[in-house]
Design a protein around this ligand. Structure first.
Ligand code: GLC
Length: 433
């Protein structure tokens, strides 16, 4: 097993046109290249890969990727459109099966059995294009509100149930702690202009009763009180309960601030739990997790996230790659991944597993959060999903950064969504006869 950087792969497959796997083949067996994490002990695929290498005598190289979901997608698009055979197994976001469809093998033709059974339907649906299963889950994601239990106790505050309470508690503790010389923030989240901000915006809006800006009939539905309230609220956080720097935070930067003890609340995915509870973490034993705050309509909503493994059509090791995919997404490996790294499994019965519930008590309610999660409309807008999300995160970012008014952002979003729907030809006919 070794780690390669994506720059190396791009150079080898695009500039040089070389197949490095051939020169790197093990004496016996094949060598697969996989993109998952960074191949470190926190890599969600590491244990499965080591197990697979042991079982088969084959070898696996990890190819490191840029951190943000958008950059990962651009890299895949660049490599796969060039027909590169350098990647054998790739980790894809829950919104990408449709975008990468043409480049991915149908796993139904490579693996036996009823592939999606026992798993969250919304996740399997996202990975299925016209009946073809393009990827199998390594884990799912649902956002959570992480909080500092010790600080809530110190100030006799409850875990906030809605945004108003969260803001009030965050501001109060931030102010009290600062008076005592502790430079803490109230709330950190993902405010950079990238996919993570789209997830945040959709959650704010859904918690206020709004939709995903394109409705079920494929029509734009943008200018709602829910979206307006969400943007106005979040704009007020920057420089108040959230640092200016949150405008460039992805998940890991938010975790960095929270884990070093510098924020009362954080929005993040489940993986942050295991890291924040690590023996070397300054907040170990001082934190709790709760559902995301509700809006005025009273609902706690989180975006459906998660990553799945797929086999590019151009891999010259289809059978072996599919075999590795099956192991990474197996129930056994997902259980281990949950226990070791707090990644959420796609198998629903694992949410009743006594070992998991003992180690991760909050899993008792995240199953419902996943089942009721906001599904980004990738299967509706299909290959135009990048345009959809780019518009959302760019417009939201400029509101947070104070460059655009909420009114302006909403009219731009409306224009973008109208164009997108027209271009995608997805709108259902208005009169059905
Ligand atoms: C997490 C989610 C993924 C989402 C991304 C945004 O990795 O699993 O679905 O797109 O965060 O940053």
């Amino acid at each position: 097993m070794r780690l390669l950087t994506h720059r190396w792969i791009v150079a080898s497959s695009i500039t040089l046109g070389l197949l490095f796997a051939a020169s790197n083949a093990a004496a016996e067996g094949v060598t697969l290249n996989i993109t998952c994490g960074d191949g470190s002990s926190n890599d969600p695929c590491l244990d499965a890969v080591q197990e697979w290498e042991k079982r088969t005598g084959n070898q696996v190289n990890f190819v490191s990727l840029p951190s943000s979901a958008n950059e990962k997608l651009s890299l895949y698009q660049q490599l796969l459109s060039a027909g590169s055979s350098d990647l054998d197994v790739i980790l894809i976001d829950t919104t990408w099966a449709g975008i990468l469809d043409a480049h991915l093998s149908d796993l139904n033709t490579l693996l036996p059995g009823d592939l999606g059974s026992g798993q969250f339907e919304n996740t399997i649906n996202n990975n299925t294009v016209e009946g073809r299963i393009k990827a199998l889950p390594a884990y799912v994601d649902s956002s959570l509100l992480f909080y500092r239990k010790d600080l809530l106790d110190k100030y006799h505050r409850e875990v906030p149930k809605n945004w108003d309470e969260m803001e009030e508690t965050a501001a109060y503790i931030q102010q009290q702690e600062r008076q005592a010389g502790n430079r803490i923030w109230g709330y950190v989240f993902q405010g950079k202009s990238y996919e993570g901000l789209t997830c945040n915006l959709l959650e704010w809006t859904a918690s206020e009763g709004g939709g995903v800006l394109i409705n079920e009939d494929g029509q734009p539905e943008v200018d709602t009180p829910a979206l307006r309230r969400s943007l106005e609220r979040a704009r007020g956080w920057i420089g108040g309960i959230s640092p200016q720097g949150a405008l460039s935070y992805e998940e890991e930067q938010s975790r960095g601030v929270f884990q070093s003890g510098n924020s009362v609340f954080m929005r993040n995915w489940s993986y942050a739990w295991a890291l924040a509870q690590n023996p070397s973490s300054p907040v170990r034993g001082k934190i709790g997790v709760a559902p995301m705050p509700a809006g005025e309509t009273g609902t706690h909503r989180s975006t459906l996230g998660g990553w799945s493994v797929a086999v590019p059509r151009y891999s010259t090791h289809q059978k072996e790659a599919a075999d590795l995919v099956a192991l990474i997404s197996s129930k056994e490996e997902q259980k281990k991944r949950a226990l070791k790294l707090s990644f959420m499994p796609s198998y629903t019965d694992l949410y009743k597993d006594p070992d998991i519930l003992k180690a991760l008590p909050y899993f008792a309610y995240v199953q419902t959060a996943v089942e009721e999660a906001i599904v980004r409309p990738a299967s509706v807008v299909k290959t135009l999903y990048p345009r959809y999300t780019n518009s959302i995160f760019n417009r939201t970012h400029s509101v947070l950064g104070g460059e655009t008014s909420v009114d302006d952002a909403i009219s731009r979003l409306e224009r973008d969504m109208t164009r997108l729907v027209r271009r995608a030809e997805i709108a259902a006919p208005k009169d059905s006869d």
